[in-house]
Design a protein around this ligand. Structure first.
Ligand code: PMP
Length: 309
């Protein structure tokens, strides 16, 4: 990986190589970190960060769940994200804010200092070159998501991603593009790092937030865009076999964007290629960045904020 030159760490910009932490940092041992994944895109009005404030709000929400006190404000974190892009001259990029329990205590309930960093780099299509057009072959994982009242799925916390790694690594080892996890109820939850949408008769169906999933910002954006476009959206419990029976299926997330799924567990989904509803949502979503979809909700936050009046 080609690392960018600058990173934001504990209050300021520093060279990438200097943003280090101690091997005895709490988060390294116990997974006590919360983080975000955010993308910036080039738009006709210059680079914009997609739902920057909503992502950083979710960072604070994840931190609240885990009682991690972030010693910065939302505005400071938004400014840090912008600064990292500016300093590295990045237009289209992936941003990674992270807050974690650092060095200063070993007990599980230790009050350690909280370290905060924001990195950014160029990250192409997450699930492989060309998959937004062709789709991927997915499988249902032998690993389930965490049961309710065990590890909160609604927090984007480092420790949660041991689950995602089991799901993703098993899928790759078996030759699939991505794994889909069931909740402890046996009903559909989400992909290793993506939310799921099924299409039946032109309507979108997606598991509810009670199905042990991360309430994705892309998921929310697509629900909003679809409804405004007259596409019905139903959030409901879905059994595994509906993956095989739906007309279309796709995954979404900041990294994966909108990735069609052409087969699950060796069974072809629909026509085995991206269908009309998936294509329409891709057009609406990516249209935000070329100006063909109006940004009705202020989701495109300019890299350089307008000067205050
Ligand atoms: N679920 C999980 C487990 C994820 O890691 C992600 C990526 N952050 C998503 C869903 C999608 O969330 P978002 O659209 O906010 O990136």
């Amino acid at each position: 990986m080609q690392y960018p030159e600058w990173i934001w760490h504990n209050g300021g910009i520093k060279p990438w190589a200097e943003a280090t932490t101690h091997v005895m940092a709490h988060a390294l041992h116990y997974g006590s970190s919360v983080f975000e994944g955010i993308r910036s895109y080039r738009t006709p009005d210059g680079p914009a960060i997609f739902r920057l404030s909503d992502h950083n709000r979710r960072l604070f929400a994840s931190a609240k769940i885990h009682e991690i006190e972030i010693p910065y404000t939302l505005d400071q974190l938004n400014a840090a994200c912008r600064e990292v892009l500016h300093r590295n001259a990045l237009g289209t990029a992936y941003l990674r804010p992270i807050a974690f329990r650092g060095l200063g205590g070993f007990g599980l309930s230790a009050e350690t200092p909280v370290d905060v960093a924001v990195g950014a780099w160029n990250w192409g299509t997450y699930l492989g070159e060309g998959v937004l057009e062709t789709g991927i072959d997915a499988c249902v994982s032998s690993w389930q998501r965490f049961a309710p009242n065990t590890i909160p799925a609604g927090a984007k916390a480092g420790g949660n991603y041991l689950s995602g790694q089991l799901v993703a690594r098993e899928a790759r080892r078996l030759g699939f593009g991505e794994g889909i996890a069931l909740a402890s109820t046996g009903l559909l939850s989400e992909g290793a790092g993506e939310n799921l949408f099924l299409v039946f008769d032109g309507a979108l169906h997606t598991p509810p937030t009670s199905a042990a999933l991360l309430d994705g910002i892309t998921r929310h954006s697509l629900i909003t865009l679809a409804r405004a476009d007259g596409i019905e959206v139903v959030e409901r419990d879905l059994p595994r076999e509906y993956l095989y029976l739906c007309d279309e299926l796709f995954m979404c997330g900041t990294a994966a964007e909108i990735t069609p799924i052409r087969s699950v567990d060796g069974r072809q989904v629909g026509a085995g290629k991206p269908g009309p509803v998936t294509r329409r949502l891709q057009a609406l979503f990516f249209g935000l960045f070329d100006g063909s979809t109006p940004d009705r909700h202020g989701w495109l936050e300019p890299l350089s904020p307008p000067p205050s009046p």
